[in-house]
Structure formats: structure tokens, C-alpha cells
Design a protein around this ligand. Structure first.
Ligand SMILES: Cc1cc2nc3c(=O)[nH]c(=O)nc-3n(C[C@H](O)[C@H](O)[C@H](O)COP(=O)(O)OP(=O)(O)OC[C@H]3O[C@@H](n4cnc5c(N)ncnc54)[C@H](O)[C@@H]3O)c2cc1C
Length: 384
């Protein structure tokens, strides 16, 4: 959405304020007031792309589209009817602001992991944001909280490994990448987790250091396997925080953006990283998460018969998945399935809306090519 707006114009500023403030506004009344306050500043075009769907369709409809279930029990029962897919459950409630939030989020994961392990070991997994399990997960606090955060992560990893399912540490803002990699390196070398083939991490191709990151992960995986341990899993994504990364770099007056600013560079970096990952399939298991059919087609061509899986977000790319099944029936498709009550949805929903509204998104380009400018009627997976 923001890429459509001049940042120095009132509507650009209003959009930024809205995107930042909405997820932090706890109750429906204040959210409505906030929308009423900011929406008049936003241009018609912007409204059509991102904010209007939120206001018009309402949280309930959007939740139905993008959120898999409100409780883990319902999610597992739904997943048991969708036999052709594997799932990675994401317990919504990101960005713990207090120690209580973090504790609550860890408890939600403990319940989900036990239930998923009981019902369907091997097939499922969970995805977790480190920011959801520690209220001070940021670079300045890291030296002080590192030990505590690692203990929480290790405790959760032990439980996930014991349940026989997988765990992926989601990729977050670039400022947290070095911290995430440091914790992951320690986790991957931990003797108690050596026999577990479900330990994974997500990395972002829009990050200008993506190839170095992949090389570092490949080195960790080689070391692990050389010591007789199981391979690591690596999920490659393009990155969901592009607008925020650009804005933050501008605020800090950085000399270089941490992310590519040309979408074609991200697309190309994705393929270069895919190639590196596919060259390492003896020691790591590559997982390709994208809804872009061109990116996916290139990955399939690069992969040939090598081991890998494809992933999509619940509510997007279903028909792309159907086409993929016809092309490659043996290929595993994993669905990233957010779970949670409506009050925990907003941050997640906004990320999905920003992605689908951005004029660089393949969804948007397809919509323009097909002259489907009458958004918001366009469905997220128009191509699939
Ligand atoms: C299963 C799954 C798990 C995911 N997990 C994570 C995660 O852990 N962390 C995370 O950050 N994201 C995650 N994502 C979201 C992902 O990063 C993308 O935002 C989303 O998939 C859209 O990318 P695409 O390839 O599907 O579509 P495309 O339309 O091909 O690509 C859109 C992406 O291109 C990039 N982009 C857009 N504009 C520009 C520009 N001007 N310059 C440079 N790059 C640009 C952005 O990354 C944007 O999201 C996940 C996605 C999936 C499917």
C-alpha cells in the first residue's frame, strides 16, 4: 500500500500511522474511531487496495479468509480432513509487550505442540516468532536477555522434538536477523536436539545479505550432519516487512537499506538463494514459500528431483497448489495456518493486506494486466 503513496504527503503519513496504530488498538470501538479519523486522508486508490477491505469487509470476513481456526483443536480436526497437505501452525499473538504476554504465548504453544504431536506426529509443525516469546527481543536488550530467551526457546524446542513434529523460527525485522541466527546456531548445535529432523528457520530473500545468510545456515547444517545429527530445515520467503524496513532505515538515516528496493532484485535473490539451498540437500531440507507462480516455476525447474517442499499461507494460493499437484503429485505442500481468536489478528491481517495491496506484488500486477482495477473485489490468488 505505501509504495503507492508519496511518503511526504498527508495521505502517506496517515497510512503509516494507521498501519502502526491499528494493531495496537485493543477494542473494536477505538479501532472504528481510528479508521474514521485516518481514512479521510487516504486517497481513493489506496483505500481500494488495502484499507477499504479492512473497513468494508470487516475483521470477521478477513479472519475467515486468512485465519485457519480460533483454537488448536478445531485446527487439527480441520487439518485431518485436508489429507493432502501438511500444516505449520502459527499461534497468533505476536510481539509480546509484557512478560505476561510472553508467558501466555509460550503456554499456547505448549498446548498446541502437545495436541499436534498426539494427533499427527511427523505431518505437522509449528511456526514461532521469537518476538512472541520475549518482551525484550531487540538488539539493545539482547546481551541482557539472551540467556533467558534461549532457555525459553530450548524448552519449547525440546517439547516440539518430543512430540515428533517440526518447528520453524519465523523471520522478522532485519534488525533481529543477527540475533535470530545466533540463537539458531546454538540450538542447532545442542546435543539434546541432535536426532530431531524438524528444526527449521525462515530467511528473507529481500534482505541484501540473503546469500551470506544461506551460506551461514549451510555451514551450520554441514557441521551438524558431520557430527551425526539430523539435517536442518530452511524456509525461504521474500519477506513480509518491506514497508516497515524502508521506513525504519529512513528514520535512522542509514546509508544503505537492509532490503532491496527493486522488486526484481528480491525475485532474483530468491532464485539465487534457492539454488544455494538446493545444492545442500544432503544436510538441509529446503522449503520454498511463495505464491508467485513464476518464482515457483523457476524453483521447480532448479530443483529437478531433489528433496524439497513448497509452502503457502492459508487463504492464499489454493488454486496454485491445485495446479502444482497436477504437475508434481509427489511434492509436499505445507500450509502455514494462523490460529487464534479475533483480538489477536490485526497485525497478521495487516501484513497480508499490505502484501496484496502493494503495486509490486504479483497479485496486483496480474490484476492490472487483466484490467481488474476494481479492487477490492480481486481475490488474493487471482492467478492460481
Ligand atoms: C508459508 C509462508 C511462510 C511465510 N513466513 C514468513 C516469515 O517467516 N517471515 C516473513 O517475513 N515473511 C513470511 N512470509 C511472507 C513472504 O515473505 C512474502 O511476503 C509473501 O509470500 C509474498 O511474496 P510472494 O513471493 O508470494 O509474492 P510476490 O508478489 O512475488 O512478492 C512480494 C514480495 O516482494 C518483496 N517486494 C515487494 N516490493 C519490493 C520492492 N520495491 N523492492 C524489493 N522487494 C520488494 C516483498 O518481500 C514482498 O512481500 C511467508 C509466506 C509464506 C507463503
Amino acid at each position: 500500500m505505501f509504495s503507492l503513496l508519496p511518503p511526504d504527503q498527508p495521505e502517506g503519513e496517515a497510512a503509516f500511522h494507521l498501519a502502526e496504530a491499528l494493531p495496537r488498538t485493543p477494542d473494536r470501538g477505538n479501532r472504528a474511531a481510528l479508521l474514521q479519523d485516518k481514512v479521510p486522508f487516504l486517497r481513493q486508490r489506496t483505500l481500494a487496495l488495502a484499507v477499504a477491505p479492512l473497513a468494508r469487509l470487516g475483521i470477521d470476513v478477513l479472519a475467515g479468509q486468512f485465519v485457519y481456526a480460533q483454537r488448536i483443536e478445531d485446527a487439527l480436526s480441520r487439518a485431518s480432513r485436508e489429507k493432502q497437505s501438511c500444516f505449520s501452525f502459527d499461534m497468533l499473538g505476536e510481539g509480546a509487550r509484557t512478560a505476561e504476554d510472553a508467558k501466555r504465548n509460550l503456554a499456547k504453544y505448549a498446548v498446541a505442540v502437545a495436541a499436534a504431536g498426539r494427533i499427527s506426529p511427523q505431518r505437522h509443525g509449528v511456526s514461532i516468532k521469537l518476538s512472541s516469546i520475549h518482551e525484550r527481543y531487540d538488539a539493545p536488550s539482547f546481551p541482557r536477555i539472551r540467556g533467558q530467551l534461549f532457555e525459553r526457546l530450548l524448552g519449547l524446542s525440546r517439547a516440539v522434538a518430543a512430540s515428533g513434529i517440526g518447528l520453524t523460527i519465523d523471520a522478522e525485522e532485519s534488525e533481529r536477523l543477527a540475533l535470530q541466527l545466533e540463537l539458531f546456531a546454538e540450538l542447532s548445535a545442542h546435543p539434546e536436539l541432535s536426532g530431531w529432523a524438524g528444526l527449521g528457520i525462515a530467511v528473507q530473500a529481500y534482505n541484501t545479505g540473503i546469500l551470506r545468510t544461506v551460506e551461514r545456515l549451510a555451514a551450520m547444517a554441514r557441521l551438524r550432519v558431520a557430527c551425526g545429527a539430523a539435517p536442518l530445515c530452511v524456509r525461504l520467503v521474500k519477506g513480509a516487512y518491506w514497508d516497515a524496513e524502508v521506513k525504519r532505515a529512513q528514520e535512522l538515516g542509514l546509508e544503505h537499506y537492509p532490503v532491496f528496493t527493486d522488486k526484481r532484485c528480491t525475485d532474483l535473490a530468491y532464485l539465487a538463494a534457492a539454488r544455494l539451498l538446493l545444492d545442500e540437500t544432503d544436510t538441509l531440507f529446503p522449503q520454498f514459500a511463495t505464491h508467485n507462480p513464476i518464482t515457483l516455476g523457476c524453483v521447480l525447474a532448479l530443483a529437478g528431483t531433489r528433496r524439497m517442499e513448497c509452502q503457502r499461507l492459508h487463504g492464499m494460493g489454493e488454486s496454485l497448489q491445485r495446479s502444482l499437484r497436477r504437475l508434481a503429485p509427489a511434492l509436499v505442500m505445507r500450509v502455514y495456518a494462523p490460529i487464534g481468536p479475533r483480538r489477536d489478528l490485526l497485525a497478521y491481517l495487516l501484513r497480508r493486506l499490505l502484501e496484496n495491496g502493494a503495486n509490486t506484488s504479483f497479485v496486483r500486477q496480474a490484476a492490472c494486466a487483466a484490467d481488474l482495477e476494481s479492487l477490492p473485489g480481486v481475490k488474493p490468488d487471482v492467478l492460481g
